[in-house]
Design a protein around this ligand. Structure first.
Ligand SMILES: [Zn+2]
Length: 174
């Protein structure tokens, strides 16, 4: 089957869905992103938003070698579809950031900092707690993932389709 060129507008949609980053949550590289067919062109995979995923060259090579499984690619895609529908790019980055920066919910921020995470907090994926007053006049808060947020992030990062299906619904199991 001949490979059809991917239109610029479709390319933009796929990249926007991925936040202009590699779709592998443990990578999120920004350079030289390549659009990969989830169902290969030889297997009649089409140039559609649902069949394309943005991968950096390193992750693309890991996938070609089988280090990243096809199931994981489906899981990464399904997560991006759900997250990009619910959140803007900053919130998706913040979710990953909290997993790295605040695994023990020990990130300390000001009120302005809490606001940056408002969409994740409203969705129940992160929460905050005011710190007991100290000598400084600035009120501070600890911020971190809720158990629900941690479950989502762990399932996303592991690329485990079955646990993702429980969290984000049928997208992951299709
Ligand atoms: Zn990558």
């Amino acid at each position: 089957m001949a490979r059809q060129p991917i239109s610029d507008s479709l390319k933009r949609q796929v990249l926007t869905e991925a936040g202009y980053r590699c779709a592998v949550p443990t990578c999120r590289g920004i350079l030289a992103l390549d659009l990969h067919h989830i169902v290969e062109v030889q297997e009649d995979g089409k140039n559609t938003l649902s069949n394309l995923i943005a991968l950096c060259p390193t992750c693309h090579a890991l996938y070609t070698r089988g280090t990243i499984s096809k199931d994981a690619i489906y899981a990464y895609k399904a997560t991006l579809v759900s997250l990009s529908a619910a959140f803007d790019r900053e919130a998706v980055d913040n979710l990953l950031f909290l997993g790295i920066s605040s695994p023990r919910r020990n990130l300390i921020v000001s009120g302005d900092g809490v606001l940056k995470f408002s969409s994740l907090i409203a969705a129940g994926y992160a929460d905050y707690q005011q710190l007991a007053n100290n000598a400084s006049l600035i009120v501070t808060y600890t911020l971190g993932l809720t158990p629900k947020g941690a479950v989502l992030l762990n399932a996303w990062r592991s690329g485990d389709r079955s646990s993702l299906a429980n969290i984000i619904g049928s997208e992951a199991s299709e």
